[in-house]
Design a protein around this ligand. Structure first.
Ligand code: MGD
Ligand code: MGD
Ligand code: MO
Length: 616
């Protein structure tokens, strides 16, 4: 709920009636009054002829549209289609309003979709995350909710108060691990193997043999053939820890598996998910209140403008490693929205080269980011206080109407308005070039996105219904749980990746350190740095003191970190929270020290990054 005065946001608070958050805000939530009217916010469109020159000229929207339409018409005239036009959308705003951009580019009958690295989904259904309070054992696999998901913490504490065991499994001793009853420190990228080891023990101890016998499938055969001793060594887990985990699974009551993004940023992420899910299926935890797999919501892209006609689109990734001019047809124009790929994608040196190779780049944002600096055109856009939207939460699955509280900031425009005006002007040049639907208002556009699938899930048909509902009732605990068909299907031969260990995805002589770059407690990816929500004044790398001393590195010294992709200079800080072979830098560009850690980060699997460190 926001309070505004003279077209300014003056305060913001959570709604105590909210069934999941109970009205709590995170640090970034609290800072919105400062962020929304920040002096660095973009007020007007800007153009620079040469990308990266910094010679930006303030221009009018008319001029901006003219530049865009001219380029689009030129492309269409030359190629007879819009495949040379690429679209990239980041995670900056996932509201339904913002799918107007996706819909616009899909309406052109085939463009190039430049998609960020994919997230994996669980196969098991999502329980209500609040139900985790009823679990007896909570395994936290590479998630740091104390930093990245603070609304979950009260539910974890409640479970703990009721006697639940919290087990943090993370190569780094995180803030979340401090809350746990036990801390297990595996080698990164080996969670799939650890889960397989535990599955084997469960089966060995005859606990769930019946189910396994009935389904005598290769999924289990490979687990039974596993060399436990060697596997434990690969995971870096000692016997005592293994026995502790086994005992919990054997006698510990309902188990919840909270899975974070950490284990899913390695090459074997799919295996990791499947083997942890198998742990749940074998014990039947997903059928119990408090049990199952706690990962982000799946199947939440139900609104009409989220259904994209990918068929005609060409799909491209930065990590395919091919420059735009090499594509056939080449990429001649790029539209970026809600994202900062020039700082946030893996191997950003290549990404920057990629963006630079494209003759005309447009970025829609509220701030001038490293991506904006590399664009020809920057379009200022509204924040969610200045536009109407439907928001679906990616964690607890709730849905809400986002009321417009303020007029657009200076000359910024909402994405719906930008896409609508462009659609109109394009069709004035040549009728039917775009089939983007033209509505009179944001609300009319949003109302048109409801459909049967939305009704089936939320029982609402339009914004009016949504306003009345206020909060979507979350899935009651224990409902919509896994059934037998799902189990059979899950273990079906050939359905899941075989258990494997990729020895190439380990540190080596040349690059003996892992570089982990997880999410910052007071930032949101590349956002919020300039608000100074923390004492930190610059980016730094954390290193185990013993590892540092061996290299003669002092606490606070500027060091070079490098690998085959490049090198960065950054301040080293000692931290006993890390094992000797892991270096840690928070993910997200830091404008104050200008460190681009993603120059070193691997492009397809962000946490399969190996580096070395040396004194300057
Ligand atoms: N404050 C804040 N909140 C955020 C965000 C933010 O930037 N700031 N970003 C949001 C977004 S977009 C996302 S995706 C989520 C991500 O938030 P999380 O799900 O917490 O994911 P990460 O921060 O990537 O990493 C979590 C942990 O995984 C560990 N880890 C790394 N590799 C492995 C491994 O192989 N095995 C195991 N067991 N652990 C491993 C890391 O040490 C780290 O502690 O947070 C969201 N919430
Ligand atoms: N090293 C490393 N790299 C990572 C990660 C990591 O853990 N380590 N995590 C990865 C993950 S999980 C993610 S999700 C990505 C995130 O990377 P991105 O998807 O690029 O997300 P942000 O850095 O938050 O940038 C979002 C941009 O959108 C803008 N924005 C905010 N609201 C709006 C809006 O309403 N409209 C428009 N048009 N723009 C808006 C913001 O100003 C910001 O510039 O980073 C990935 N990169
Ligand atoms: Mo993310």
């Amino acid at each position: 709920m926001s309070k505004t005065e003279h077209h300014k946001l003056v305060s913001l608070k959570g709604d105590r009636a909210h069934p999941y958050t109970k009205g709590k805000l995170c640090a970034k939530g609290f800072s919105f009054p400062e962020k929304n009217g920040h002096r660095d916010r973009l007020k007007d469109p800007y153009y620079q002829e040469k990308k990266g020159s910094g010679r930006f000229k303030k221009i009018t929207w008319e001029k901006a549209y003219e530049l865009i339409i001219d380029k689009m018409m030129e492309i269409h005239g030359r190629y007879g289609n819009f495949l040379p036009l690429a679209f990239y959308k980041g995670t900056g705003n996932r509201g339904i309003h913002h799918y107007a951009a996706n819909e616009f580019f899909s309406s052109l009958g085939g463009t190039t979709e430049l998609t960020p690295s994919m997230d994996n989904d669980a196969l098991l259904p999502n329980p209500d995350p609040a139900s985790i309070r009823n679990a007896s054992v909570i395994f936290i696999w590479g998630a740091n909710p104390a930093a990245s998901n603070i609304h979950l913490i009260p539910y974890l504490i409640e479970a703990k108060t009721k006697g639940a065991q919290l087990v943090a499994i993370d190569p780094v001793l995180t803030e979340t691990a401090e809350l746990a009853d036990a801390y297990i420190q595996p080698i990164p990228g080996t969670d799939h193997l650890l889960a397989a080891l535990l599955l084997k023990k469960l089966i060995d101890k005859n606990k769930h043999v019946q189910f396994v016998h009935k389904n005598n499938l290769s999924f289990f055969q490979q687990i039974m053939e596993l060399d436990s001793e060697n596997a434990a060594k690969v995971c870096g887990i000692n016997n005592e820890a293994l026995q502790y985990l086994e005992a919990l699974l054997e006698n510990g009551g309902t188990c919840a598996h909270l899975i974070g993004a950490g284990p899913l940023k390695h090459s074997n992420s799919r295996q990791t998910l499947r083997f942890i899910e198998a742990l749940s299926l074998l014990r039947g935890d997903e059928k119990k209140d408090g049990g199952g797999i706690f990962l982000w919501q799946k199947n939440i892209s139900l609104f009409s403008n989220q259904q994209r006609d990918r068929g005609k689109n060409r799909i491209a990734h930065f990590h395919s490693g091919m420059l735009p001019s090499k594509w056939d047809p080449p990429i001649e124009m790029l539209w970026i929205t809600c994202g900062n790929p020039a700082a946030q994608e893996g191997n950003v040196d290549f990404v920057r080269q990629f963006i630079n190779d494209i003759p005309f780049v447009v970025t829609v944002d509220q701030f001038l980011t490293p991506t904006g600096e590399m664009s020809n055109l920057i379009l200022p856009t509204t924040s969610f206080f200045e536009e109407a939207d439907i928001v679906v939460n990616g964690w607890h699955g709730g849905i809400a109407f986002n009321e417009k509280a303020l007029p657009p900031y200076f000359n910024s425009k909402s994405e719906w308005r930008i896409m609508t005006e462009l659609g109109e002007q394009l069709n004035q040049k040549e009728n039917k070039l775009s089939s983007f639907p033209l509505y009179k208002s944001e609300e009319d556009y949003l109302n048109a996105q409801f459909n049967d699938a939305v009704f089936e899930k939320y029982y609402i048909k339009n914004i009016q219904d949504l306003r009345k509902k206020k909060f979507f009732q979350l899935q009651p605990a224990g409902e919509n749980k896994g059934d037998e068909t799902l189990r059979k299907d899950f273990f079906q031969d050939g359905k899941n990746d075989p258990l494997s260990i990729d020895t190439e995805k380990m540190p080596n002589e040349q690059f003996p350190f892992w570089l982990l770059t997880p999410h910052h407690p007071y930032k949101l990816n590349s956002q919020f740095h300039f608000l100074q929500l923390t004492e930190e004044r610059e980016a730094h790398v954390k290193i185990n003191p013993d590892a540092a001393k061996k290299l003669g590195i002092f606490d606070g010294e500027i060091v070079t970190i490098y690998n085959q992709q490049g090198d960065i200079k950054i301040k080293a800080k000692f931290s006993k929270r890390l094992p000797k072979d892991i270096l840690f830098i928070y993910g997200g560009w830091d404008p104050r020290s200008k460190v681009m850690q993603n120059r070193l980060v691997s492009s397809a699997n962000l946490y399969d990054t190996f580096v070395n460190i040396r004194k300057l």
